[in-house]
Ligand binder design. Structure first.
Ligand code: ZN
Length: 338
């Protein structure tokens, strides 16, 4: 398909035009998290013609994702495909003229430089503040723009961070609002709320990538699609004394306070203590006497009653059916190794 024909309707929009379209084609961006927000961001920006998209996600597709995670279908859920892999496959059929690089991985202080290096912009499709603070510290330390997005229940929140110019995430939320804060696992989520926030964030990305920096929104925007409540708090300047912007104290890059065992959604625990390359064939044979097991190229699933253990090739595991890290750790030790 001709480049000009494919993007003709977008090129007609004067702030983009032919020059903007070429800039999008040359742009490189990373999307961290490919759930509901990440799916919508990837769908919009791949169709818009962003030339290179790196997708990082630690999770696999499940049936409960399909209500809002627009890139996935029933077959992805049946295969428990890693979201990054399933998303890259979908995008191939949408736009074969761009490149999508999937990483089925958890963004950590150890791999953040590798996974977020060499891009023009980072977009937030995650569901947790731990990863967002890591992204914020990396972005602010490198002067790399990023867009924060979150959706819970019927509202979405988003903010564009231009390091050194606007407020960053740590300016606005010096401490994680976690604890008091709702999550989609407790409050549910409307698909329209996430798609709304992703549309705003994708547009901010396009503005930045075509060089329309003056048009970037300099507020923390929150909008409730159900009650129609709207709020916009100015983020026009960094907060004096901000740990990241002002003190240049990037604690999250050092991995301080970051446990190797983390809660990961409702009723599950992620274990990622060190790299442990797993041979799925061999592991399958070993686990077969202990319960149902199946695997494909990307993921191995094992059901030691009443739990469900999902294992990735690098040794990372998500154990479903418990929030008790001691139980998760002992299952991992028993079936995968110590
Ligand atoms: Zn700041």
């Amino acid at each position: 398909m001709e480049f000009a024909e494919r993007y003709s309707r977008q090129v007609l929009f004067p702030p983009i035009g032919e020059e903007g379209q070429l800039r999008l084609a040359a742009a490189r961006l990373a999307i961290v998290g490919c759930g509901a927000t990440g799916s919508a961001l990837l769908s919009l920006l791949s169709r818009a013609g962003v030339g290179y998209l790196r997708v990082i996600d630690r999770d696999y597709v499940e049936a409960s994702n399909l209500q809002r995670q627009v890139l996935f279908d029933e077959s992805d859920a049946a295969q428990s495909l890693p979201k990054a892999i399933a998303a890259a496959r979908k995008i191939k059929g949408v736009n074969s003229q761009i490149s999508v690089e999937p990483h089925a991985a958890d963004l950590t202080p150890a791999n953040v430089a590798e996974l977020l290096g060499g891009v023009d912009l980072v977009l937030d499709g995650t569901d947790n503040f731990e990863t967002r603070y890591l992204m914020n510290d990396y972005a602010v330390s490198k002067g790399l723009p990023w867009v924060y997005s979150a959706g819970v229940a019927s509202y979405g929140v988003t903010m564009t961070v231009l390091p050194g110019e606007t407020a960053c995430l740590a300016c606005v939320f010096p401490d994680s609002p976690r604890g008091a804060v709702e999550t989609c696992d407790t409050s549910g989520i409307l698909n329209s709320a996430v798609n709304f926030v992703a549309s705003i964030a994708a547009t901010e990305a396009m503005k930045l990538l075509v060089g329309a920096r003056d048009s970037v929104r300099r507020t923390l925007l929150s909008y409730d699609v159900w009650t129609n409540e709207y709020a916009a708090i100015s983020t026009a300047t960094p907060r004096p004394g901000c740990r990241a912007c002002d003190q240049r104290d990037f604690v999250h890059l050092a991995g301080e306070g970051r446990p190797h065992i983390t809660m990961c959604g409702r009723n599950s625990v992620q274990i990622h203590e060190r790299e442990r390359p797993i041979d799925f064939e061999e592991m399958s044979r070993r686990l077969t006497p202990h319960g149902p097991v199946r695997h494909n190229e990307f993921v191995l699933k094992f059901w030691p009653d009443p739990y469900e253990l999902t294992l990735f090739p690098d040794g990372r595991a998500i154990i479903k059916g418990t929030t008790d890290t001691a139980i998760a750790r002992s299952l991992y030790a028993r079936y995968v190794g110590t």
